[in-house]
Design a protein around this ligand. Structure first.
Ligand code: SF4
Ligand code: SF4
Length: 106
């Protein structure tokens, strides 16, 4: 019975997960030319936005971008400094000093 059910459910076959394509946001961008695939960013990410690449040494995969907290822990953890935060538009507010022209971010 269990064996039959296992076959019916595709038991024993590999299951793959892919990033959520329809999600428009990409909270972190990885410079793939510099990433060593150490996965330190994956380990520090408490919400599991990033998952390790199944190919060893390759950059992690941004699997669940909509779960990102934008706290940039992964950016600070990366020894190669190859992660960049890409905040959504509504978080890109800045203020401009009318007299000096200086731009400040919140
Ligand atoms: S900013 Fe935080 S939640 Fe978003 S990917 Fe980096 S560690 Fe994960
Ligand atoms: S911490 Fe940096 S070098 Fe290591 S896997 Fe993440 S992006 Fe790549």
């Amino acid at each position: 019975m269990n064996e039959e059910r296992s076959k019916k459910d595709g038991g024993g076959e590999k299951c793959y997960a892919f990033p959520n394509r329809p999600t428009p946001g990409m909270p972190v961008v990885i410079d793939e030319t510099r990433c060593t695939g150490c996965n330190k960013c994956v380990t520090i990410c408490t919400t599991d936005v990033l998952v390790a690449n199944p190919e060893k040494g390759k950059p992690p995969i941004v699997m669940y971008p909509e779960e990102c907290w934008y706290a940039a822990c992964c950016v600070g953890e990366c020894p190669e400094e190859c992660l960049t935060m890409r905040h959504p538009l509504m978080m890109r507010v800045h203020f401009k000093n009318k007299e000096t022209g200086e731009i400040k971010r919140t």
